[in-house]
Design a protein around this ligand. Structure first.
Ligand code: 0X9
Ligand code: ZN
Length: 449
């Protein structure tokens, strides 16, 4: 009797436990937990922007009416991601169109007889493929290569690993922390005080993953290449390389939105300053926006961002001391080798030299990989834009050889910034070839005397 009662009680409590478990499992599966504001900002890995059936259109403007139309369209809509702004007749422009706007957008093209091509029908497929090319965040640094993309942590672990492997040649550098407290880490290769220095800035735009990958490729080549020409450059110059000058943005592209470009500073309901519009040289005068919702938001004031201030202080401190004579900013995409200015078509004092070195570098790339890179001043080659780091480095910090590279793919790329991992090695190699060509040509003209 007593035994029976105990059994029944145990059974009851077992049933209750089961029901509780089922309830909890159902709640978590249906995502129905109630989270307060604070815990919901500790976002689960599933809080990812998606681009299913987003299309990439490449349009060409034949008249002023079409240009005005597209300017209006860009101002009105956050469902259309313009890669550049509508500016002039004959211009071609890629636009990422959200799935729910495809019909409406296609109708507009037909109505106004705008020449166009659809480059990609489902942008999410590009992102999915790209994410499969990322090795896990905590992967051992021995797995670091140029056939995959890597998280910020892995890149930084690899920098430390290289520094401990080559202590004679390398010092680890840290510019200080970003807005969200990530380190802005880099390396100096070469410690000869008699050498002039070459500075490489990369990753200022978060989604341009090929830039940090190229920066680490260059580090590796300088340390391990058997090529006599590369060894000479490693010996005769000190190289200061920061693979990821926008670490908050870079992390965000892995965790939440592959298409994020800016830093992660908060402005009310939205985030991010375009760090390549934030530098205090003709700040916010052309090709940038005063609206924090825009991809090219220049920031609330010149040099407002911590990442900008860190880089400026570093350059100011080292430009004389380390004799930095060359500044290379790595971006993607469009295959361009550009020099100042971005804010005006006015020529820099050494325009002819920079033009000549740029042309030589483009020819060297063509000979190596067959790829076409265009060279010229930034304003005329890509589009007018102010507040870029390169303009500041040249005009304010006085670094004579300054370039901004747009790496692969071509201007009408079907991938936008999502370059397939098989292209990392050839892209990085041709970028390094271009840098070597520029440095050697500048040396001949006594820039490093
Ligand atoms: O818009 C940019 O910042 C660069 N293109 S990208 O597609 N990589 O975003 C172009 C260079 C910008 N301008 C200056 N350095 N002034
Ligand atoms: Zn960029």
């Amino acid at each position: 009797m007593e035994n029976n009662r105990i059994e029944r009680r145990t059974l009851k409590s077992k049933i209750c436990q089961r029901l509780l478990v089922i309830l909890l499992v159902t709640m978590s599966a249906s995502g129905s937990q109630i989270v307060d504001g604070a815990s919901s900002s500790e976002v689960s890995p599933k809080d990812q922007a998606r681009y299913d059936h987003y299309r990439i259109y490449n349009v060409q403007f034949d008249n002023e009416q079409q240009i005005e139309l597209f300017q209006k369209l860009e101002a009105e809509s956050d469902s259309l991601t313009f890669i550049g702004h509508a500016r002039e007749v004959g211009q071609k422009l890629s636009i990422l169109v959200a799935a729910h706007r495809v019909a409406d957008f296609a109708d507009l093209l037909a109505t106004y007889k705008v020449q166009h091509r659809v480059l990609t029908y489902n942008f999410q497929e590009k992102i999915d493929r790209n994410m499969r090319e990322v090795l896990p965040e905590h992967v051992d640094v021995s797995k670091y290569d140029w056939q995959h993309f890597f998280h910020l942590k892995t890149i930084y672990d690899w920098l430390d690993h290289m520094a401990s492997k080559y202590p004679e040649q390398i010092s680890v550098l840290d510019m200080g922390s970003s807005t969200q407290g990530n380190a802005i880490k880099g390396l100096q290769l070469g410690k000869n005080p008699a050498n002039k220095a070459i500075f490489i800035e990369s990753g200022i735009h978060a989604r341009e993953w090929i830039a940090p990958a190229t920066a680490t490729y260059i580090i590796n080549e300088l340390l391990t290449s058997q090529d006599e020409r590369v060894q000479q450059l490693a010996k005769n110059y000190n190289w200061i390389i920061f693979p990821c000058v926008n670490p908050d943005g870079y992390r965000y592209t892995f965790e939440h939105d592959r298409m994020w470009r800016k830093n992660r500073q908060l402005f009310g309901t939205c985030r991010g300053v375009d760090l390549n519009r934030n530098y205090p040289d003709h700040w916010n005068t052309t090709g940038s926006s005063s609206d924090p919702t825009r991809y090219d938001f220049a920031g609330p004031s010149a040099g407002s961002e911590l990442e900008t201030q860190r880089l400026m202080s570093f350059i100011r401190e080292h430009v004389e001391k380390d004799q930095i004579k060359t500044y290379i900013a790595l971006h993607s995409y469009s295959q361009m080798l550009m020099f100042p200015f971005g804010y005006t078509k006015k020529h820099v004092a050494n325009y002819d030299d920079l033009q000549e070195f740029g042309k030589k570098a483009a020819a060297a790339i063509k000979a190596e990989s067959g790829r076409d890179y265009v060279s010229g001043n930034l304003y005329e080659t890509i589009y007018p834009s102010s507040g870029g780091s390169m303009d500041w480095a040249h005009a304010e910090a006085g670094i004579p050889i300054s370039y901004t590279f747009e790496l692969r793919g071509p201007p009408d790329s079907q991938d936008l910034f999502i370059l397939p991992a098989v292209e990392i090695q050839p892209t990085a190699s041709e970028a390094f070839t271009a840098i070597r060509t520029i440095v050697e040509a500048a040396a001949e003209k006594n820039y490093y005397k």
